[in-house]
Design a protein around this ligand. Structure first.
Ligand SMILES: CC(C)(COP(=O)(O)OP(=O)(O)OC[C@H]1O[C@@H](n2cnc3c(N)ncnc32)[C@H](O)[C@@H]1OP(=O)(O)O)[C@@H](O)C(=O)NCCC(=O)NCCS
Length: 150
């Protein structure tokens, strides 16, 4: 993620019905070396941001803040690619687990994380507003990268 795509990133998050930290919020976390902020770009139209993944490694935990893929680009593996790339970077930064909260009514996201080995470990009743919904707390292990010493 770079400064020139921030307006598109925020636009995509809002278009996908997610809260966004906004351009100034992104500028702040971009300066934090623990942040892992990735975008997916349409190769045929590089100005077109089709995916965004924002997260931060706190101690040994990757905290996932937002993942959004443009409606016209879903079910093509973009979300999975962003997640896997982030997990690889997070492992190299010392993360052992990835965590996030998801709306219980957000079935596509729940299926996505289930497919990617996340499990539900908690529920926060009526955590979300507009509309009111429970938050599910999801977690998965992150394996250390395998280093070939031979
Ligand atoms: C959730 C989201 C990021 C998934 O992105 P995506 O690029 O479409 O996901 P992928 O193509 O990588 O899907 C990987 C797997 O996840 C599962 N999956 C993804 N979307 C699904 C859906 N709508 N219904 C059921 N399973 C789904 C499938 O197992 C899929 O594999 P398959 O296509 O081979 O069956 C996307 O739907 C999105 O942006 N939603 C709106 C924003 C949002 O809710 N973000 C999550 C906030 S926590």
């Amino acid at each position: 993620m770079s400064d020139d795509v921030l307006s598109a990133v925020v636009g995509l998050e809002l278009e996908c019905g997610l809260n966004s930290r906004g351009i100034e919020g992104y500028r702040k976390i971009m300066a934090d070396p623990r942040s892992i902020l990735l975008v997916a770009i349409d190769e045929s139209a590089p100005e077109n941001i089709v995916g965004v993944f924002s997260s931060i490694v706190i101690l040994d935990e990757l905290q996932i803040d937002n993942l959004a893929v443009s409606a016209c680009a879903r079910r093509q593996g973009i979300g999975q690619l962003l997640l896997k790339s982030t997990l690889t970077i997070a492992a190299s930064l010392g993360a052992h687990a990835a965590v996030l909260e998801v709306r219980s009514a957000n079935l596509p996201a729940r299926r996505f994380y289930e497919k990617n080995d996340f499990i539900v470990v908690g529920i926060r009743k009526r955590y979300y507003t507009a509309p009111v919904d429970d938050a599910l707390l999801l977690i998965r292990e992150i394996q250390k990268p395998i280093i070939n010493v031979s």
